[in-house]
Write a new protein. Sequence first.
Length: 506
Amino acid sequence: MAESAPLLRMKKITKTFPGVTALSDVDFDLRRGEVHALMGENGAGKSTLIKVLTGVERQDMGRIELEGKPVLAKNPHHAQELGISTVYQEINLCPNLSVAENIFIGREPSRFGAIKWRMVNARAEQALDRLDVRVDVTQSLGSYSVAIQQMVAIARALDISARVLVLDEPTSSLAANEVEKLFQVMRKLKEEGLGIVFITHFLDQTYEISDRITVLRHGELVGCYETALLPRLELVSKIVGKELDNLDDVSQLRNSSAKHVSTETLVQARGLGRKGSVKPFDLDLNAGEVLGFAGLLGSGRTEATRLLFGIDSPDSGTLMIDGEEVRRFSPLQFIRRGVGLCPEDRNADGLVDDLTVRENIVLALQSSRGWLRHIPRRQQYEIADKYIEALDIATPSADQTVKNLSGGNKQKVILARWLATDPRILILDEPTRGIDIGTKTEIQKLVISLAEEGKAIVFISSELDEVIRCSHRVKVLREREVVTELVGDEVEEGRIMRAIAGGWEQ
């Protein structure tokens, strides 16, 4: 690193949204000639911190300094003028325009209203040459690979401003050789004195390219560490964290429920995978069993469930449900086979905010029947009221709009939706995220009781304690690959964390 004096400093940043503290007194600093990794699970506050930095959101408290002077970006364009540019995971350029047009869109040199295309193309070549990228800048951006598009986005960001570059999950869609090319560019920019914020969930890449690591968890700063001095296992521990709760009774329920695990295999996957999503994996899931998926954000947990629920189609392997091979991958087909999914993001992918509790609960059941076999309104109320009572959903009535419920009660509504379909197989992706300890305990106990009834459950959680507490077996994923499976007494925190960290002890 060129020097220790901070190029960028964010001090005591606090940001709240209705009912949620997204950031609480978070400090972050960036040095010249440094790659500083920003890490944490979903909901840790990474995105909010960057939004505050780039003017998308305004902090409630705190101070931002750039080269020792206070700054406050009014919007992303103003942030770029200050010298802070962001390249997002989803490349927000125009694939139908040329490479040169994308680099200079809105900033084209012109004379008397006419764009100087020769100058545009020449300057675009110069901008890419700085990154050792040589392509025909007159060709459409969409004709090039994702890796080249990523480089074009970086070239545009650097041409606009050249002090702070934020790379938000830049390697998520890149092949190994493309990642190495990106890292070569990042090292070159470091040598030029640029400060780079690298948001990622890949441990190997973090240790290969970063100088320091800042970890956030639940909107709070866990700490800032020199990469070379932080053992991988310790980093995993800091990212995952622990909650002090008294849920040992759930573990006891799990242990007592083990006798209900059947030898009847409901789900069998062999070499099931999808390129760029999750590497081929094997899976057996029996009736009465809770199979846990453990791993960090981006490890492939959610991507695996998308295959197991038919959202994505695999390009390798086979999947059997109830002894019958699945040939058509679509959620509706899987619902009709008795599979249910509580998605990771309940607000974006699970609930329809403007519908009532009743309408949300009967949604999957109605879809499985088809719209021509409409569920009578009286029966809808009977179903809704049954699960409102069974799951103790706090709502004035079944006609309450679901967006007015608390996070925990929203989660219960999604569970009620799938229980109403009487699924044999239930996939629960982060079913307790963002809810209070009491409701979390209720849902964990419900998971165990459903297994005792003979249902097969896939259970995903970022909280290791929770995975261990609820699961009879655990598959550990890292870098989009199942790396090990733990059974019985092997299901313990140390083994899981070592597997997540890649087996490194230091």
